[in-house]
Design a protein around this ligand. Structure first.
Ligand SMILES: [Zn+2]
Length: 470
C-alpha cells in the first residue's frame, strides 16, 4: 500500500476512535471514582484491579516512595520503538488527568484492535499520581511543602528524583506533563472557557523551536483538533515563558518532545468529569497519532493561532447593577467566584460564592451572567433565628422569605433530609453570621437581592445562584 493511502486510512481510524470514545464514554469510564477529591489508597486499589484485568497487556512496578512512604508506580504497556512517558498529579490538587489515565488503561484493555496495533509501535509508560502525599491532602505541594515542578534541577524531593531517574532510564521520545489550571481561564477573548490549555514548553529563554519542540508543537495541534471536533473553541495555548526549574521545560531541553496538558473549567463541570473525558479522548487520539506519525502533517503556525489562555471568567457576572455608597448612586458590574471549604456539619466540601471584583468588568465573561439593567443592589438579610433541627427548618416558607429579602438561614441541624443543591441547601449557612449590615461588597458572600424602581425584588442571588422572582 502506498504511504499516503495508509496514512489516510489511519486518519480515518483516528477519527472513528475518538468519535467512539466520545459517544460511548460510559463504556470506558472507570466509575469507581467520579470526584476530584479521592482517597489515594482507594485510587491504587482501583488501579490494581484494572491492571489485574489487563495482565497480559501491561506490567506494573513500584519505582519508589513519596516522602511519607506512599508507593509511586510505573505502568508499562507495549514494546514498540516510540517511547511515551505520561505522569499526572505532580501537583496534589490537580487530579483530572489521574482519573483519565484510569480510563485510558480501561480503553487499552477493552479495545483490543486499538491496543494490538499500538503495542507493536509504542512503549507507553504511565506514572499516575506522582505526588501521593499532596494528593492525600488535596494540596499542590508535596509533604516537604516544595512545589515538585520547581525541583527539576535541585532534586530535593523524592518525587522529583524519581521522575528524573525514570526519564534517564527510559529516555522517552514524548513526554506528557498532566496538570489542572484555574477554572476561570478563557480561550483568549472568545468568551469560551479554557477547558484545556496546551503547551509545548520552551527549552530556553528565547523560546527557540528545535526539532524536539516542533514535534511537541505538532502533537499539541493534533490534540486541539481532536478535542475541538466535539467541544468547539475550548482549547487555549498556555503561556510559554521559560521556567528553568520546571520539569516540562527541562524534559524538552533533555530531548523528549514534551506536551503540557492543563485541565481548566467548563460549564457546570465542578467535578471536571466532562474535562476528564476530553483528556481521555486527547490521550488515546494523540498516542495513536504518535504511533503512526500522523501529527507530522500538522502545522507549527496553527499552534501559534491557538488563542492564549487568559484569566477572564467569573463564576457569576452580574452586570449594570445600581449600588450606593453613602448617598451616592452609581453603576457597577459585580464579579463572583467560588472557593471550596470543608463544612463539618455537612461533612463535605461545599462551594462558597464571594464577590471578588466590582467596577467596569465589561472585558470579562461569566459561566453564568445576569444583566441587572440598573436594578438596585441590597445585601440579603439573615433569618434571625438559629435553627437546630430539620422540623423547624421544614416549616419555613422559603418563597416568602426570599420575597421579604432573606437570602440566608442559619441552621445547625442534620443534613440527612436536605437535598444537595436545593434552595434550602443554598440558603443555609452553618456558622453564625454577624447581624450588622455589611459595609463592603468585596469579599462579601454572594447573597443579595436586586430591586426595581418600585422596590419590588426582581432577583435574589443566593450563594451565587440567580433566582428570578415573578
Ligand atoms: Zn500543576
Amino acid at each position: 500500500m502506498r504511504i499516503n493511502q495508509l496514512s489516510s486510512q489511519q486518519e480515518k481510524y483516528l477519527n472513528e476512535l475518538v468519535t467512539e470514545l466520545q459517544k460511548d464514554y460510559s463504556e470506558y469510564k472507570v466509575t469507581q471514582i467520579e470526584t476530584r477529591r479521592f482517597d489515594v489508597n482507594y485510587y491504587h486499589r482501583v488501579l490494581d484491579s484494572l491492571l489485574q484485568n489487563g495482565k497480559e497487556l501491561s506490567s506494573v512496578q513500584k519505582i519508589g516512595s513519596s516522602f511519607k512512604g506512599k508507593d509511586i508506580k510505573l505502568i508499562k504497556f507495549g514494546e514498540g520503538e516510540i517511547k511515551i512517558l505520561m505522569w499526572s498529579q505532580m501537583h496534589g490538587d490537580e487530579s483530572t488527568a489521574s482519573l483519565a489515565l484510569l480510563d485510558l488503561i480501561n480503553v487499552l484493555i477493552k479495545k483490543k484492535e486499538f491496543s494490538e496495533e499500538l503495542k507493536s509501535k509504542v512503549a507507553l509508560y504511565l506514572i499516575p499520581l506522582l505526588n501521593p502525599d499532596g494528593a492525600k491532602e488535596f494540596e499542590r505541594r508535596n509533604y516537604q511543602e516544595i512545589d515538585i515542578n520547581r525541583d527539576a534541577l535541585r532534586l530535593q524531593t523524592p518525587e522529583g528524583k524519581i521522575l528524573r531517574q525514570i526519564r534517564d532510564e527510559i529516555n522517552p521520545d514524548f513526554a506528557f506533563n498532566l496538570h489542572d489550571q484555574y477554572t476561570n481561564n478563557s480561550v483568549g477573548r472568545t468568551g469560551r472557557p479554557a477547558a484545556i490549555a496546551l503547551l509545548a514548553p520552551a527549552f530556553d529563554y528565547d523560546r527557540n523551536i528545535n526539532e524536539v519542540r516542533e514535534r511537541a508543537i505538532k502533537v499539541c495541534v493534533e490534540i486541539k483538533d481532536i478535542i475541538e471536533k466535539f467541544y468547539p473553541g475550548v482549547v487555549a495555548r498556555y503561556d510559554d515563558e521559560f521556567e528553568r526549574r520546571a520539569f516540562g521545560d527541562n524534559f524538552q531541553k533533555w530531548g523528549s518532545s514534551t506536551i503540557l496538558i492543563e485541565s481548566g473549567g467548563y460549564f457546570n463541570d465542578f467535578e471536571k468529569q466532562e474535562i476528564r473525558k476530553m483528556n481521555l479522548i486527547a490521550f488515546a487520539g494523540s498516542i495513536y497519532s504518535i504511533a503512526n506519525k500522523l501529527y507530522q502533517s500538522k502545522s507549527v503556525d496553527d499552534y501559534f493561532e491557538i488563542p492564549e489562555n487568559q484569566r477572564l471568567f467569573f463564576d457569576l457576572l452580574v452586570k449594570n447593577v445600581k449600588v450606593k455608597k453613602d448617598t451616592i448612586k452609581y453603576i457597577v458590574d459585580i464579579g463572583i467566584n467560588y472557593t471550596e471549604k470543608y463544612d463539618s456539619l455537612r461533612r463535605k466540601y461545599i462551594r462558597h460564592y464571594t464577590i471578588t471584583d466590582i467596577g467596569d468588568l465589561s472585558t470579562f465573561y461569566g459561566f453564568d451572567t445576569l444583566d441587572a439593567k440598573h436594578l438596585k443592589f441590597e445585601f440579603g438579610k439573615v433569618y434571625i433565628k438559629v435553627l437546630t433541627n430539620f422540623r423547624q427548618l421544614e416549616k419555613l416558607n422559603l418563597n416568602s422569605l426570599i420575597k421579604n429579602g432573606y437570602t440566608t438561614i442559619i441552621y445547625q441541624g442534620s443534613f440527612d433530609k436536605i437535598e444537595e443543591g436545593s434552595l434550602f441547601d443554598r440558603m443555609i449557612n452553618t456558622t453564625k453570621l454577624p447581624q450588622r449590615e455589611p459595609k463592603r461588597l468585596l469579599g462579601h458572600s454572594a447573597n443579595f437581592i436586586l430591586k426595581d424602581e418600585n422596590d419590588e425584588i426582581r432577583y435574589a442571588v443566593i450563594n451565587g445562584k440567580v433566582i428570578e422572582l415573578k
